[in-house]
Write a protein of this length. Structure first.
Length: 300
């Protein structure tokens, strides 16, 4: 015991070289404890995996948390939740304040889950048990993860913009060859024989809205490069990843819920400096105008 404590103190007092991320592996699912803690963790995982069922009043599209955070939030380079947990509280330029994990989850519901189109018309209210169970799951995933240290695979892959930039027409060809088989020619994903979403929609009324981080090309390109096609990440070139992101994110989707005035005013207020098609006119259509609300599909 003395030797272990000394070793721990030694690691604590001898931090890794600056900017050298540490590797981390979350615990296996078999290690989820029993009792009330385990019940909360398991329910948090269920919300994460089947958000439209477990948090139905607050979900306005056909996505789940796992749509962007793969392998139940465990996979590196798809914004894994073990890395997110040890990064909060943190200041976010998006809302210009210190954010708790609950604040961050509130934003995920608002933007990625398009809560404005949900039965309740918004995200879970502050203090809702949904947040506590999701946080219990993330806390458990991050068991023994160090704080204040960069972890390998945190967030989305940072992908340098190629010299040729990005092009939606090139991206259309990449999408047709590598993405349409799962997400459909029309980008609306695939469902099973029971109508349950198997592959998520990438644009249109049942996808993430214009305020979501995935609507920014750099985030989408990094995610695509590291993770797509599913099970064959890092097989596309950087150029293909950027071009596919350009095709996907140049399609209309639900409005940014922060928009109060015109799209142009909202660009200035919230989207300046972003790599995004928001506020641009494509094929004669002003992107950001939004989509018609979908008929709420039944969820099992």
């Amino acid at each position: 015991m003395v030797r272990d404590e000394f070793a721990f103190r030694g690691r604590e007092n001898s931090p890794p070289a600056a900017n050298v991320p540490l590797s981390f592996t979350p615990p296996p699912m078999s290690k989820i404890p029993d009792g009330p803690e385990g019940a909360s963790i398991r329910h948090g995982m269920a919300i994460f995996e089947n958000t439209g069922t477990e948090a139905k009043p607050f979900v306005g599209n056909q996505l789940a948390c796992r749509s962007c955070h793969l392998d139940a939030g465990r996979k590196a380079d798809s914004a894994p939740m073990w890395a997110a947990w040890v990064s909060y509280p943190q200041y976010r330029a998006k809302n210009k304040k210190m954010n708790t994990m609950e604040d961050r989850l509130n934003g995920c519901f608002s933007y990625s889950m398009n809560a404005q189109g949900s039965p309740s018309g918004g995200p879970p209210p502050k203090g809702d048990p949904i947040y506590a169970d999701l946080e219990a799951y993330f806390h458990w995933l991050a068991s023994n993860a160090p704080t204040g240290t960069k972890l390998k695979g945190a967030g989305f892959l940072k992908l340098k913009l190629p010299q040729a930039g990005y092009d939606r027409d090139r991206g259309r060809a990449v999408y047709a060859q590598h993405c349409a088989s799962c997400h459909g020619d029309d980008g609306q994903g695939r469902t099973d024989i029971n109508g349950r979403q198997v592959f998520p929609p990438l644009w249109g009324p049942r996808s993430y809205n214009w305020g979501a981080g995935m609507a920014q090309l750099n985030n989408a390109a990094g995610f695509i490069k590291a993770n797509m096609p599913l099970g064959a990440g890092n097989t596309l070139t950087d150029q293909q990843a950027w071009d596919a992101a350009a095709w996907i994110d140049s399609q209309e989707r639900p409005k940014d819920p922060r928009q109060k005035g015109t799209v142009a005013e909202n660009v200035v207020a919230f989207h300046s400096g972003e790599k995004t098609f928001y506020g641009k006119t494509v094929d004669g259509h002003l992107l950001g105008s939004g989509t018609e609300a979908p008929v709420q599909a039944s969820r099992r």
